[in-house]
Write a protein that binds this ligand. Sequence first.
Ligand code: FMN
Length: 323
Amino acid sequence: MKNRFTELAGVEVPLLCGPMYPCSNPELVAAVSEAGGLGIIQPLSLVYVHKLEFREGLRRIRSLTQKPVGLNILTEKSLSAVYRKRMEEYLEASLEAGIRFFITALGNPDWVVKRAHAAGAVVFHDVVDRKWAEKGIAEGVDGLICVNRRAGGHAGRKTPQELHAELSDLGVPLVCAGGVGSEAEFRAMLDLGYAAVQMGTRFIATEECTAHADYKKAILDAEEKDIVMTERITGVPLSIIRTPFVERMGTKAGPIGRWMLSGHRTKHWMRAIYSIRSAFQLRNASMKGASSKDFWQAGKSVATIHSVESAAAIVRRFAAAIG
Ligand SMILES: Cc1cc2nc3c(=O)[nH]c(=O)nc-3n(C[C@H](O)[C@H](O)[C@H](O)COP(=O)(O)O)c2cc1C
């Protein structure tokens, strides 16, 4: 299938394995791309979870596939100067390594767009509504990753249908992110008018993903009703599997967190504090397996995920459904 997305990304199948902290390991990213989809690197996952110096990580991926891969760049305002500099270095190293597809998230993508376009690369921007989509387009992004309320990780507020209706006149290709675990859902989203689909949860339950077997089993066992939103991990709603630990802790931010989140200036600080703490929590839970502190990110797509498969088998199965 050829469309504006496959042309811009240089891939055969309009299917992305979305960036996932801490689940994006090099083997998973490479396997999706090698099979004809687009694997997206999550740089903090590569460096801090999978313990590869960034350029070494890129070389590892390149040794597994020569096909296009993408990179997620965090542009969140609350990033410290150190992180911002690191993101700039990751962008430069990726361009040198031939990467030509970037996904920006959480903030103003202007500096990424300028640098990427100068190198002939494209930038897709994560959005949850029209306001952020228009801002991204004003900065020159080439497409939008439309994060809906069914997504794993930081979910949006709208259904895939509502988001598509809200954004389809903007003139850029739209990627559906959230809630797709089966080829029937994949085809339905393309039929609706999305140019591609980004999946996260489905690709955790794969042979290549190095997340703990208990995490994969929790995805297979979970039903849609087991997915809950919590503010307690990163300060913004995060979609996770309900476990006894999540029930004990609750899903609302605590009183200090709520006060901090309500203040315009303190909000970014709160998110930064949450994200350092949450980075460790999420890493431990995902890589070490079941414990008394289980925090497993997953979206409502768990409903249609029933087995651990190879990433290539998934890409091939989905490609056949639209072929
Ligand atoms: C474990 C996990 C971690 C994620 N981490 C990130 C991330 O670091 N950056 C990002 O832009 N999106 C992140 N996402 C969102 C995914 O890239 C993707 O958009 C989402 O998973 C799609 O919804 P699905 O899980 O229903 O397929 C994450 C999702 C999951 C499940």
